[in-house]
Ligand binder design. Sequence first.
Ligand SMILES: [Zn+2]
Length: 297
Amino acid sequence: MTKLIAIDPGHGSDTYPPNKGVPGMAEHSFNAAVAHYVKPLLESSGFQTMYTQTPNASERPLRQRTEDANHRRADLFCSIHADANANSSVRGHWAFYWHTSELGKRLADVWSHYLSRETGTHHRGNVGSKPNHWTNFHVLRETRMPAVLMEHGFMTNPQDLARLKSDPFRRQSAVALAKAICDFYGVPYKGEEGKRYMEVQSRVLRKKFEEVINDGANRGLIGKSIPDQYEEGKLPVDDAIAAVAAIVTAKPGSTIPHAHKSAVKKAVASGVTNGERMNEPATRAQVMTFLDRTGQL
Ligand SMILES: [Zn+2]
């Protein structure tokens, strides 16, 4: 059965400022970026995913997040964080798991292994979280599935901070997590490979497809990024199908192009047409009626 992975981007966008971050970086921006990058990597490797907290949205209470993951019977819970310390020389990544959870420990070990391998950063070692201790984290204590909270580095250390702020490190961190989960379940990591991109072989159809999506984007029916992605060879097939569906089911606009305005006005005044649905095509039968109304038959 498909495994459901709960991705927990540590904090909401409104937890910084004032207190969860340090000057120079909002912690949630790192957490949200990794969460956003890891989702498609997991899905293309055959996992289902859920966010316990929407990346870059306001903070959801921790209780709601764990209840949500428990209720949906997620198989793993992965919490993405960056750390802070009063001592700026403290650096590296470390992971926390509930002290009685063997599988939690295993996931923490494999995640740390891949994080070191993908990013080359220092591993401080992993810690079993316990009650009545500063490591008594809600997301580890209240989850019913193996759960790990990864602190990817210290925002208070200059070298770590530079990495945490960089897009390549965020992407590598996402790859590390996706590879760790694949390893944990013994399935091959497919990365972006599993995704198929729109690639039209026939020259005629390719021209037609380009016309349709360019026209759709110009009319505002689909995002401008769709033709751009297609041009770069990075338009996922699913997105291409959805875009074409949006274009072909769109209702014709009601604005009459300037060149036709005066003719339509005259036609309405003389009773040839009621002036509605002027941008829709006419059938041959309707054309005969128009000819008849204008006395040409
Ligand atoms: Zn945090």
